[in-house]
Design a protein around this ligand. Structure first.
Ligand code: UD1
Length: 418
């Protein structure tokens, strides 16, 4: 397994571009099989999760090629309604394929999905939503068998504004008879992005970004060329990296409005942040202060995907910080590794208390999941001495050549291939 060797201490300095959001690209790839015509997604990251999703599309019969950073999908010859077990288990977003396969074939076979090991991550809301659409869903061991021949639009209430369930229900309902209304829908920017692409393909979806999404079923969708939104989690990761290294980084091609919860917590406390329409300038403080409390919640609340990186920043900030992880139960696997580097953190259930220390010290640490792995890389940048981050395949699932981006900003990060 590859690892990163990081010599800490360099202040990040320079400009960096943000590429398209992984979590958008995955949902848009799922949407691509809703049409026989060509779908082109531009400016996409060549990361593990995207490659896995493409493998699933190919297994269904789509032809997928990369042209530089664009993904070109031709689903004219799609013939299979089954997500292969091996791929389905590896990647959680395979579950969105259920909605789009159902829309296309009126039947689907999938397996319970995998993804980062950060908690229970059930799919009951997806299944309940599909059943509300009059889709017959049978759970048979590890398999899920669905029949949508009698599917019709309906009003659905989600008990929790799940991103995945909202996207799946949107995908399942764009091509069925009648009007679907999703109440208590997720409001994440990636949901708005999915609505925008579906509507460009001829769908009738309204309300994304609010708690109520309405979908008027149409007969057919057509091809599209579409640029997904920039990755807010990547922009947030760079922002925190600048603060942790007391550096100065100009983040380009991003959407600061999608990051308000992070910016409002850190600005004036850890760093100075100057946000424009699509850029963020970050200047880290010599003595960053602790953020008193950070509590993850659905958008527009503080993103769970930035909890680990923000926690890492608190380890070297002056004061004490309380972190509350409300979305996933076991999303603190980075904590034990940060403690190895000298951090002072106590975790109890969903709470982490972080008391800032003067310094972290480089040592060997292990990435256990995607964002936790990124947090360890940031800690390595700020630490004294050499940090080895093992198992970076987790990081590669969501960050494209992170070491090259950080090196371009003056960091010393080397990939050591096994
Ligand atoms: C979540 C994040 C999303 C992030 C993604 C990748 C939230 C609200 N969602 O999306 O922003 O990009 O992880 O890390 O922060 N749940 C159920 N039953 C279901 C589906 C979900 O109980 O059928 C629960 C989950 O266990 C979890 C919560 O709902 O506690 C959030 O789930 P959901 O938004 O669906 O997760 P993701 O789509 O993975």
């Amino acid at each position: 397994m590859d690892k990163f060797q990081i010599y800490g201490g360099a202040r990040l300095d320079g400009e960096i571009d943000v590429y398209s959001a992984k979590n958008s690209v995955l949902a848009l790839l799922a949407a691509s099989i809703l049409t026989d015509e060509q779908v082109i997604l531009t400016d996409c990251p060549k990361i593990g999760d995207v490659y896995n999703m493409i493998k699933i599309l190919e297994a269904l019969g789509s032809k997928v090629v990369w042209q530089e950073n664009s993904i070109i999908i031709d689903s004219l010859g799609v013939y299979s309604h089954e997500i292969p077990q091996s791929y389905g288990k590896e990647i959680r977003s395979s579950i969105f394929m259920l909605g789009s396969i159902l829309a296309r074939f009126k039947k689907a076979k999938a397996v319970f999905p995998g993804g980062c090991d950060i908690g229970l991550r059930p799919i009951d809301l997806h299944i309940k939503g599909l059943r509300e659409l009059n889709i017959d869903v049978k759970e048979m061991g590890a398999n899920i068998l669905c029949d949508a021949k009698n599917a019709r639009g309906k009003k659905i209430h989600l008990d929790f504004p799940s991103v995945g369930a909202t996207e799946n229900i949107m995908l399942a309902s764009v091509l069925i008879n009648g009007r679907t209304v999703i109440c208590n829908a997720a409001k994440e920017p990636e949901i708005v992005c999915l609505q925008d692409m579906l509507n460009k393909m001829g769908a009738k979806v309204y309300g994304a970004g609010t708690g109520t999404i309405e979908i008027e079923g149409v007969k057919k969708l057509h091809g599209v060329e579409f640029k997904p939104i920039p990755d807010r989690i990547l922009a947030g990761t760079y922002l925190i990296a600048a603060a942790m290294t007391k550096g100065k980084v100009y983040i380009k091609n991003c959407r600061p409005n999608d990051l308000t919860s992070l910016i409002s917590k850190l600005n004036g406390v850890s760093c100075d942040i100057l946000a424009n329409d699509d850029t963020i300038l970050v200047k880290g403080y010599e003595k960053p202060q602790s953020v008193m409390m950070i509590e993850t919640s659905p958008y527009p609340g503080f993103p769970t995907d930035l909890q680990a990186q923000t926690l890492a920043l608190q380890t070297i900030s002056h004061g004490t910080s309380l972190i509350v992880e409300n979305i996933f139960e076991t999303r603190y696997k980075h904590v034990g590794e940060l403690i190895k580097m000298g951090a002072e953190i106590v975790v109890k259930d969903r709470y982490a208390i972080v008391r800032g220390v003067e310094k972290l010290y480089g040592t060997q640490v292990f990435a256990h999941d995607l964002r936790g792995g990124a947090a360890l890389v940031l800690a390595g940048l700020a630490a004294e001495g050499t940090t080895i981050v093992e198992d970076i395949h987790h990081v590669d699932r969501g960050y494209y050549k992170l070491e090259e981006d950080l090196t371009s900003l003056g960091a010393s990060v080397k990939r050591i291939q096994s």
